[in-house]
Every structure is written in structure tokens, then in C-alpha cells.
Design a protein around this ligand. Structure first.
Ligand SMILES: [Zn+2]
Ligand SMILES: [Zn+2]
Length: 337
């Protein structure tokens, strides 16, 4: 079967041939890949900024945003049947099974020795078939259609929103999102769906594809360096070195700032100022099954008009452009046939 992989010797991405997976073993599920999304993480992997092949191998199959259809199940699997649609979570438990991994919260792994499919020491899904333990798969209702391909990026958003809502001490009503990538836009949508007044701030011109989609959904767009409004919650998704300072300057008393994007720039906040303003600063990465389930609920209630133009579908063969060029549409998805 075909697969798109990074070669850590020649340091280039390439299409390779892999053996199709064997029949699923006890507790495992074999699924056909229907669609595989590409994101900024993949484009950073292609620049070898991070990532690693599985131990003892030199290549890493890419792809961590995937929608699959179950082909066969191993003994003992009762939750899935052939024809079911599934999306996998990404992290796999560390060998010492830290308390977080033991509790199926590998997103909070304490040792850092986890595997991450398509990213760190475990092959991804930019291929034709894959096998996972049933416990790492989320069941996808057919009624969601192809928007289910957004479950993985939205799962990270759900974790960030849950973190912010749990941390805010009063009744947050306004939110600022910095960064107009797919995760920033999905964050804006998740907040809109919860009744928030949402502002999205980024560097793109207001008439570019991404801001236009957000504005159509009901988000206010602020092109930087114009100043965004103050907000109860700020979500930093751009990874821009100036974004932390901007977000903190717009945060209201009692506010919560959540980093989904990150940079090396120190956060410009003294403990005295945080104390005076009752601020909470949080940072999150990755997501657990509960966040995928929350993503499915949000995907089911996002109006179709919000998602029109969000996903650009491409054939498998167009992988090279997707892995090197940021598309105009928020999300590029490769369809497998
Ligand atoms: Zn991604
Ligand atoms: Zn762990």
C-alpha cells in the first residue's frame, strides 16, 4: 500500500510502499483510511523541526488527522463492526505507564516517553490501511459526514475551552482568539457555539479566505496591528512571539489565557500583576478521548454555513504541495479511494 513518509536519513518526504497490515489481533481494529488531513505540525515535521521514526527504523509515516472505516476487528472487540467510521486518538502510553497514561490520559503523560502516531516514534495514517487498539478509537456517527475529519484538531480546542471554562472564576462572555489557522478558527467556532462574543485577531487581510469564513460565521475579525477588544478568555493559537503580550494586555480582570500555540518568548507577566488582576495562565497540548467526544458534539451542532470553504479536498498524489505550502483554505484533506 502507498504511504507518505519522512526519511530521516535523506531528510526528505517521499511516497513509499508498505506491506498492508496483517489481520487485527485481539483487541485491535483494522480500518481503511478514507481521508487524511494535513496541518502545520506536518509542515514542521517536513522541516525536521521535531518528530522521530519508530525505534530501529529510519522512516516515519506522516498523518495524524484521519477518518477511517472499519474493515475487520480482532477477538474481543465489541464496540466496532466492519463499516463503522472511526477516528484515532494520537498518543500511546509511555512504557512505565505513568498515572496519567494508566488512566487513559496520555495527553497528560508525566514521563514524556509516550508515542504519538504520525509524529513521535509511531507511524501515522497518511496511507491506505491502519491498525489500532479499539481503546484508541473514537466511534464517528455517519450523520457527521466528512466534517468528522476535523475531530482531531477540534479535540485540542475542546481541551483548551474546557480548561478555560473550569479556570474562570465568574461568568465569562467574551473571548479573543489570536491566530487564524484552522485551530484558531475552530476555537472561535467552539466559543460561538457556546454563546460567546468572539473576536479573532491575526495578520491576514480581512478579505482573505480564512478571515472571510470566520466573519461569515459571526466572529469579529481584527487585523493586527489594530487593537482587539478586552476579553474574559484569550486563546493564543498563532505561536507568534508577540502574541502572549498582546493577549495578556487584552485580558480582563479574572481572565484566563490559554496557550494552544507556543513560542520561545518569555510570557511578559509578573506574579504581582497576575495576582492584582486575578489572572490564570494555562497551556495545553494534545487531547484525550473525552475531548474527541466533545469535538463530535460540537461538529454536530456547527451550522454548515460556518464550515463552507473550510476544507479543501485533494487527491492522495498532491501530498507534496500540502506538506510544503500553507493553503488558502483553513484545512487541506487528502482523500483516499
Ligand atoms: Zn494536526
Ligand atoms: Zn505516561
Amino acid at each position: 500500500m502507498r504511504a507518505i513518509a519522512l526519511d530521516f536519513n535523506s531528510r526528505v518526504p517521499a511516497e513509499i510502499r508498505l506491506d498492508s497490515p496483517a489481520s487485527p489481533r485481539q483487541g485491535e481494529v483494522l480500518f481503511r483510511v478514507e481521508a487524511c488531513g494535513v496541518c502545520a505540525t506536518d509542515r514542521e515535521l517536513v522541516r525536521f523541526h521535531y518528530g522521530a521514526p519508530p525505534d530501529g527504523e529510519t522512516k516515519l509515516v506522516l498523518g495524524h488527522e484521519v477518518l477511517g472505516e472499519v474493515v475487520a476487528t480482532g477477538a474481543g472487540v465489541t464496540r466496532f463492526s466492519p463499516g463503522d467510521r472511526v477516528v484515532p486518538t494520537l498518543r500511546r502510553a509511555c512504557p512505565s505507564l505513568c498515572p496519567a497514561c494508566a488512566a487513559h490520559r496520555c495527553d497528560l503523560c508525566a514521563t514524556g516517553d509516550y508515542l504519538e502516531r504520525g509524529i513521535v516514534r509511531a507511524h501515522g495514517y497518511f496511507t491506505e490501511f491502519a491498525v489500532d487498539p479499539a481503546e484508541n478509537l473514537v466511534a464517528i456517527p455517519r450523520s457527521l459526514g466528512d466534517r468528522a475529519i476535523l475531530a482531531e484538531p477540534l479535540s485540542v480546542v475542546e481541551k483548551a475551552v474546557a480548561t478555560a471554562l473550569a479556570a474562570h472564576p465568574f461568568h465569562p462572555r467574551t473571548a479573543l482568539v489570536t491566530g487564524c489557522g484552522p485551530v484558531g478558527m475552530l476555537t472561535a467556532f467552539a466559543l460561538l457555539a457556546r454563546g460567546f462574543d468572539v473576536e479573532l485577531a491575526s495578520l491576514e487581510a480581512a478579505d482573505e479566505a480564512r478571515p472571510a469564513i470566520a466573519v461569515r460565521a459571526g466572529v469579529r475579525y481584527v487585523r493586527l496591528p489594530d487593537s482587539p477588544s478586552q476579553a474574559d478568555l484569550v486563546f493564543e493559537v498563532s505561536s507568534h512571539p508577540d502574541a502572549a503580550a498582546l493577549g495578556l494586555s487584552r485580558l480582563r480582570t479574572g481572565g484566563v489565557m490559554v496557550f494552544i500555540g507556543a513560542s520561545d518568548t518569555p510570557i511578559p507577566l509578573t506574579s504581582l500583576e497576575a495576582l492584582r488582576r486575578n489572572l490564570t495562565v494555562a497551556a495545553i497540548i494534545n487531547a484525550a478521548g473525552i475531548h474527541f467526544e466533545a469535538a463530535l458534539q460540537d461538529l454536530a451542532r456547527f451550522p454548515q454555513a460556518w464550515l463552507d470553504g473550510f476544507v479543501e479536498r485533494r487527491p492522495f498524489d498532491a501530498w507534496r504541495e500540502s506538506l510544503t505550502v500553507t493553503p488558502a483554505a483553513p484545512k487541506v484533506v487528502h482523500m483516499l479511494d
